[in-house]
Design a protein around this ligand. Sequence first.
Ligand SMILES: NC(=O)c1ccc[n+]([C@@H]2O[C@H](COP(=O)([O-])OP(=O)(O)OC[C@H]3O[C@@H](n4cnc5c(N)ncnc54)[C@H](OP(=O)(O)O)[C@@H]3O)[C@@H](O)[C@H]2O)c1
Length: 310
Amino acid sequence: MTDVVTGAFSYTGQAIARLLVAEGGDVWSLSRRQESLPDLPLRVEPLQFADESLLVQSLRGARTLYNTYWIRFPHGGVGFEEAVQNSRTLFRAAGRAGIRRVVHLSVTNASLGSPLPYFRGKAEVEEILAESGLPYAIVRPTLVFGPEDILVNNIAWILRRFPIFLVPGDGRYLLQPVSVEDVARIAVHAAREPGNLTVDAAGPDTLSFEALVRLVAAATGSRARLVHTPPGLALALVTLAGRLLRDVVLTREELDGLRASLLVSRHEPSGADRFGDWVAQNAGSLGTAYVSELARNWREPCTAPRSRST
Ligand SMILES: NC(=O)c1ccc[n+]([C@@H]2O[C@H](COP(=O)([O-])OP(=O)(O)OC[C@H]3O[C@@H](n4cnc5c(N)ncnc54)[C@H](OP(=O)(O)O)[C@@H]3O)[C@@H](O)[C@H]2O)c1
């Protein structure tokens, strides 16, 4: 039986693909990337939304579609509305291709009433999937940590390099990090459950943003002083740093989402891996290099459409 994963060279998608392959599964990936991973044998099909019939062709014959596709923020003329429409196209193609179940990665506290377009767009996609007629499981992660992580890595990078770390506001807003491996396990488990379902993917520990930063600082040996600043000032300085790094480090909306404690589940934790253990185990490498969201997801060759592999 074949499963399809969007983003098998990416973060969560790669963890899902690795788990399925380790179980002996046949996995295809839909991706913009032309990479190949020597230890992850995959058939790769283009992830492009302009040609729905090509998507149908790429999905035909597969059983489950694991969908991780989304954009972190609007950029280069592409916004959340387009990401919602692209998701609609993907689900329609999945239905036409005879996919038997869609496991869709959303986010905790996605809501149609959210003032934050990321969380509202996620809820719109959930609704589109629920109304598509396809059997589905929606997996809603909190903050995902793991080897390809961006946010925690870059917090560590700042802590390693600068004498002060700006904590926006009081720093008491909460996070409930979940490991990328736990997210993959929850997604694969959800694929095999009967009926439509929506589950959070959240780790066992809930901690404040400041506590998370302190934990990373202690593990990496940082002596940076944590300084509380008004959120607007912190954002202005982070935006300036982003310009120097040619990246978007954190958007206003992401900061608002963090400060509203949206990356926390209201249910029993479904993940087992502890954030503190992971940070301690990876302290030597965490934050030694800055990881750019724009370089990873927005610059060539990522954005170049590819022709279909044969
Ligand atoms: N990471 C987190 O902490 C977190 C937290 C909560 C929810 N989530 C959700 O979980 C899912 C997976 O997250 P992730 O961090 O693993 O995402 P990711 O690896 O950055 O990207 C996932 C997928 O989206 C595609 N993609 C990303 N940026 C794109 C862009 N600018 N244009 C076109 N396609 C783009 C990637 O395509 P390619 O394979 O072609 O690169 C990949 O298929 C997403 O839906 C995300 O919203 C993530």
